[in-house]
Design a protein around this ligand. Structure first.
Ligand code: MSP
Length: 646
């Protein structure tokens, strides 16, 4: 069976964070799982680039919306390979073919009489980009954005969503898999137990121009959700692309609970009005919180996936999020939790099993996978074989049902069994006794073949580590064409295969890791704080305590074995050494003679063994790919060296 897997298209008003990474890793893992089952898969992600939020973000950045969306969309596109995420198609709502498709659909639905013009008064939440009902408010505020929605009266175009309410209820009831897990299906049915209102699908150009013009009235642009949801069709060539029919029949959307209503109510009714069948399945997950607090820019606790990859590697990040979150429920991220999983599950359980087994094959059978010796198979081996049979079944069911944590639990049970298999069989003892040579070969054979099976099972979750395991087992070629069914056979690793015992999969991370989110979170001023609260501000005296001086760089060289550091000699006016983390941005020779700003009274610190007596000021600019560029602060006109900056 083919499948078509999608993520939400992400708003380009924020850089990619752990939440975006999670959904996208889930969709990628599921796609890889289905490919492992032998299925043809199309996997799509992308960016949502129109609407008020984006126009405002561009204005805040002082950029033309088009320049702004190009920059942030590029950051999303560049993030996915870092996470071993490999979509077949990346869609942007500013793509010309998408705009055309949205306009064609609007015209079609309008011509069919399901779009009409009317006046509307309602409570509008800018964060959600939709009108909220009184019932949805908590203490008069939007529960997601914690702001009071604004009352708006406007003439607009409406989609006759209410017309499809009964059909939708019936469809959800007769297709139990349509929305999963069940709690979200129930939530939608409960919402649909009240009369459904029609959906406002336009915004007047007097209020918003950054959107797709309605084809039948250019004084209006399309509401961002009507535009965005259609991406799922555009990406597969709707209406007449060669893959459209095959893909649409098997579409599976992955989203978080925040956008349940647009996906479970607006979208199926829109499809119905277009004369198309609904998607096949909607998979809804919970929210990642950070140290049990909601992740948000204003709290300064946003977790960036790149930072996690830099510290733990991509395999650990993927494993962690899939193992730690029960799909459908909320989960809490912390630096300690990912470090614990890395060291316990990956470095100890899996990594040690792998390196021990390969080391024994290297030592006892000259680095080649031995033959199973007839007559030496024990009940222990049979138990191992039947454990694998059960694990593969369990794994398939769990992965297919989006219960990734369960699938991984099953794999780790078999890893535990293998670690015990080594202890009970004690191959090092057999190696001392020539009469046990045949049994030793059988044990090592079972270990090699079991590791191969584990590598294959982990391929959807940790494609990179699994490939390394396969390569170390001399099975890289077979790895490309294997299917899950093949795992039910034994004897797949040919005796004589040469292994490479050198591979170290998961080096332990010992030192305590500070993920930026784990840094103390600045509390917003308490509601009762007086208006003139000075919390977070410093006094003039405190500022004066910093001795800032104009300094001239007189010598500069790279610090050996460091990519980041330069050793500088500066005059202010006395000479001193300063080590600065700017090697990636400045060639040493270009710095000689530059006048820069020095923090002259900083306590000396040793960096790579060099005592640094001060610090240079530099601006940190966030780049589209989430990295930072450093630019040294200087003075606008020549100033005497040693002058105070205040
Ligand atoms: N542009 C719309 C979606 C249109 S789809 C036709 C949108 N974009 S978004 O950038 O806000 O992304 C929302 C999605 O990002 C969530 O549904 C989820 O997939 C992911 N996440 C964002 N924050 C998250 C968490 N804290 N935890 C888990 N996932 C979350 O809505």
């Amino acid at each position: 069976m083919p499948t078509y897997v999608t993520t939400p298209i992400y708003y380009v008003n924020a850089m990619p964070h752990l939440g975006h990474a999670y959904t996208t890793i889930v969709a990628d893992t599921y796609s890889r799982f289905r490919r492992l089952c032998g299925d043809a898969v199309r996997f799509q992600t992308g960016t949502d680039e129109h609407g008020e939020k984006i126009a405002e973000a561009a204005a805040r950045a002082g950029e033309d919306p088009r320049v702004y969306v190009d920059r942030v969309a590029a950051a999303f596109r560049k993030t996915w390979p870092l996470l071993s995420v490999d979509p077949d198609y990346f869609i942007r709502t500013t793509d010309a073919n998408h705009i055309q498709t949205v306009q064609d659909i609007l015209q079609q639905v309008y011509d069919a009489g399901d779009i009409y013009f009317s006046e509307y008064s309602g409570l509008y939440c800018r964060g959600c980009e939709r009108f909220l009902t009184e019932k949805e408010l908590v203490d008069g505020k939007c529960p997601d954005h914690l702001v009071e929605p604004s009352p708006i009266t406007e003439q607009n175009y409406f989609f006759r969503m209410s017309k499809y309410q009964d059909w939708l209820i019936d469809h959800i009831k007769t297709n139990p898999d349509f929305i999963t897990p069940e709690r979200y299906r129930n939530e939608v049915l409960s919402f649909l137990s009240d009369p459904l209102e029609d959906l406002c699908i336009s915004r007047p150009t007097s209020r918003l121009t950054w959107g797709i013009p309605l084809p039948f009235d250019t004084d209006f642009v399309t509401y961002v959700w009507f535009d965005a949801l259609i991406n799922y069709l555009t990406g597969i060539g709707y209406p007449d692309g060669p893959d459209f029919n095959t893909c649409w029949a098997v579409a599976e959307h992955v989203i978080a609970k925040d956008i349940l209503k647009p996906h479970a109510v607006y979208w199926p009714t829109m499809l119905r009005a277009m004369g198309l069948r609904p998607y096949q399945r909607l998979h809804v997950h919970g929210y990642w919180n950070v140290d049990a607090t909601k992740m948000s820019k204003s709290l300064g606790n946003v977790v960036r996936p790149k930072e996690l990859v830099d510290t733990f590697g991509v395999n650990t990040l993927r494993y962690f999020v899939l193992r730690e979150m029960s799909f459908g429920l909320d989960a809490s991220f912390s630096g300690d939790a990912i470090q614990a999983r890395h060291n316990a599950d990956l470095a100890n359980d899996l990594g040690n099993l792998f390196s021990r087994s390969l080391a024994m094959i290297d030592r006892y059978t000259c680095g080649q996978v031995p033959e199973r010796e007839a007559g030496t198979i024990t009940p222990d081996d049979r138990a191992l074989m039947s454990a694998f049979t059960a694990t593969v079944i369990d794994y398939r069911e769990s992965m297919d049902g989006f219960r990734f944590h369960k699938a991984l639990q099953a794999v780790w049970e078999v890893i535990g069994l293998l670690n015990r298999y080594i202890v009970t069989n004690a191959p090092w003892e057999m190696a001392k006794n020539p009469r046990q040579a045949d049994r030793l070969r059988t044990v090592l054979y079972f270990l090699a073949e079991s590791l191969w099976k584990v590598a294959v099972l982990l391929r959807p979750v940790m494609p990179d580590a699994a490939r390394k395991m396969a390569a170390a087992l001399g099975m890289e070629r077979q790895f490309r064409n294997i299917t899950l069914d093949d795992l039910q056979r034994w004897g797949e690793v040919p005796p004589g295969t040469v292994i490479d015992k050198g591979a170290q999969l998961f080096p332990r991370v010992e030192k305590k890791v500070e993920i930026s989110a784990a840094a103390p979170v600045k509390q917003p001023p308490a509601a009762s704080a007086p208006a003139e609260s000075t919390e977070g501000l410093i006094s003039f005296d405190q500022f004066q305590a910093v001795d800032l001086r104009v300094a001239e760089i007189v010598a500069a060289e790279k610090v050996a074995k460091s990519k980041r550091l330069l050793k500088l000699t500066v005059r202010a006016p006395e000479e001193r050494t300063v080590v600065a983390g700017i090697a990636e941005f400045y060639a040493p020779e270009t710095l000689i003679g530059q006048r820069v700003l020095l923090v002259a009274n900083l306590k000396p610190a040793k960096l790579m063994g060099i005592a640094s007596q001060g610090m240079l000021l530099a601006a940190k600019e966030e780049q589209a790919d989430g990295t930072e560029r450093l630019v040294l602060a200087t003075v606008a006109a020549p100033v005497a060296v040693g002058s105070r900056v205040a």
